[in-house]
Ligand binder design. Structure first.
Ligand SMILES: Nc1ncnc2c1ncn2[C@@H]1O[C@H](COP(=O)(O)OP(=O)(O)OP(=O)(O)O)[C@@H](O)[C@H]1O
Length: 250
């Protein structure tokens, strides 16, 4: 079953040149799809389209069989409940003036999710390996890796069907990154994920399918194991050669 389909999507900012050209791929329900490419390849732009923050110039995006109606407030309210995002910088993405409880339960309030929000926050914190008493503290009392766990707790608290992650481990130091990748792997067993990164090693460790973007075009896409074993494209090979050491389980 396909949860999201991107069909022949092209995009340009204003009257500028195309930054995405004829992008087509599927995100099967339950899968983890990695979008990988160097800086400027169009990954963040594609993610903005998937989040409904911009609309394709041509082509379309289907979510659960329906076209994504980025311009409809009503549609987007239900979409936000079903699709959540984790961004790169765990320092700027958490409001320093708010306690963790308020931060993690924010999607529940804005989406008007009924029920016991504190209990849901405690459950999300447990899922990311942080103690429930963290909910009474402020962001500056946590390390970068812990803050990213809090951002992940916020992304999963409303039980979305799809989590979109944009360079979600890139800002972390190596050992923290390995732990947060492990956490994503754990969580991704229970939901569908699209994981955007310039780091082929991270994507290979986390995703069962990879889409390789080069200057706004897909140059290669397929199952991770196949791409690692037999990359067809020179650009993919160069991304693979930049992995210092294959992560375990890749
Ligand atoms: N707001 C904008 N206005 C005009 N051009 C933009 C804008 N944002 C991005 N671009 C251009 O679109 C292209 C794709 O950028 P994008 O940020 O999507 O790439 P990326 O792969 O995510 O790179 P990075 O990893 O550096 O964020 C680049 O050429 C960039 O300069």
């Amino acid at each position: 079953m396909t949860l999201m389909s991107v069909e022949n999507v092209s995009f340009s900012y204003g009257a500028g040149r195309r930054v995405l050209e004829d992008i087509t791929f599927d995100v099967p329900r339950g899968s983890n799809v990695g979008l990988v490419g160097e800086s400027g390849s169009g990954k963040s732009t594609l993610l903005r389209l998937l989040l409904g923050l911009d609309t394709p110039r041509s082509g379309r995006i289907l979510f659960d069989g329906q076209p994504l109606e980025a311009k409809s407030g009503r549609y987007m309210r239900s979409y936000r409940r079903r699709v959540q995002a984790v961004f790169q910088d765990p320092y700027s993405s958490l409001n320093p003036a708010h306690r963790i409880l308020r931060i993690v339960t924010e999607p529940l309030r804005s989406l008007k999710v009924p029920g016991d929000h504190r209990a849901m926050a405690e459950e999300a914190m447990a899922a990311v390996g942080l103690p429930a008493d963290s909910l009474g503290r402020f962001p500056d009392q946590f390390s970068g890796g812990q803050r990213q766990r809090i951002a992940i707790a916020r992304a999963i608290v409303a039980r979305p069907e799809l989590v979109l992650a944009d360079e979600a481990v890139s800002a972390l130091d190596l050992s923290t990154r390995v732990r947060v990748v492990d956490l994503f792997r754990d969580i991704s067993e229970r939901m569908t994920m699209v994981f955007v990164s310039h780091d082929m090693g991270v994507v290979a460790a986390l995703c069962d399918r990879i889409v390789v973007l080069d200057r706004g075009r897909i140059v290669e896409a397929g199952e991770t194991a196949r791409i690692l074993a037999d990359p067809q494209n020179a650009y993919t090979r160069s991304l693979l050669s930049s992995i210092p050491r294959m992560p375990e389980g890749a």
